[in-house]
Design a protein around this ligand. Structure first.
Ligand SMILES: [Fe+2]
Ligand SMILES: [Fe+2]
Length: 244
């Protein structure tokens, strides 16, 4: 019996996007195509990089690291959702920019992840869950800012796509937070300090290295926005602490 079982909606990107063709993107002007290209490409990459993080955690588990059954329940649905997002963004990228999906896939497999900056988070499930909760809340807010753009494309499947992805990210945030709360009730009072440290790391300039975590570039991840994410998460945790 798990203390917390992670939730997922379990839908399929290509069932939603499978009938789209390049003709469904004719409302995008040439300027818009150019302007949005980094957003689409970064989404493809960062959704794919969840797989790198999962592989790293499996390597660590096989080398003797312990993560709880609640964590693996989270990891299972999270990994599936992120792969689903990757598959969907890969399809959209191909439809809009003409790069074949097989070529994108080959490029993704070449991405070398470097987790050396995150050792303390990978060896401590409590910190790992807080890092993921922070990251997923940032992603939720970032995709929320993309909703008007996807709606403006005029196809109901595209509006639904970004709503579903955003909804999944919000669920990931909640799942990661609940695992931390269920497994580590005695450490939750220290969470704001850990979150402050995560924010510091996130605001420190450094090249993103295919790790999924702290992939925060571009206009939807300004320091103000990231500070807001850290404040929200700390506030939620503090309000839910048992009274002493
Ligand atoms: Fe995602
Ligand atoms: Fe996510």
């Amino acid at each position: 019996m798990l203390l917390y079982e992670s939730k997922s909606r379990g839908w399929h990107a290509l069932e939603l996007l499978g009938t789209l063709t390049p003709a469904d993107f004719t409302r995008m002007t040439a300027d818009q195509r150019a302007a949005e290209e980094p957003m689409f490409w970064e989404s493809v990459c960062s959704e794919y990089d969840a797989e790198n993080l999962c592989l790293e955690l499996e390597r660590r588990r096989d080398a003797g690291a312990y993560y709880s059954p609640e964590f693996w329940s989270f990891e299972k649905v999270w990994r599936r959702d992120e792969m689903n997002h990757y598959v969907g963004f890969r399809r959209l990228y191909t439809l809009i920019y003409g790069k074949p999906e097989a070529e994108i896939e080959a490029e993704m497999q070449q991405r070398a992840a470097d987790f050396s900056a995150f050792g303390e988070f990978l060896t401590d499930e409590f910190k790992l869950c807080l890092m993921l909760a922070y990251d997923e809340l940032a992603t939720t807010r970032s995709y929320a800012t993309d909703v008007p753009f996807f709606r403006s494309l005029g196809h109901p499947a595209l509006a639904q796509w970004i709503e579903r992805v955003r909804g999944d990210e919000a669920l990931h945030y909640l799942n990661a937070l609940r695992v931390a709360q269920a497994r580590f009730p005695d450490r939750m009072a220290t969470a704001p300090a850990v979150i402050a440290h995560i924010l510091d790391l996130d605001l420190t300039p450094g090249a993103y290295r295919a790790t999924f975590i702290l992939d925060h570039q571009g206009p939807s991840y300004t320091p103000e926005i990231l500070r807001g994410v850290a404040d929200t998460l700390s506030g939620v945790i503090q309000r839910q602490l048992p009274a002493t």
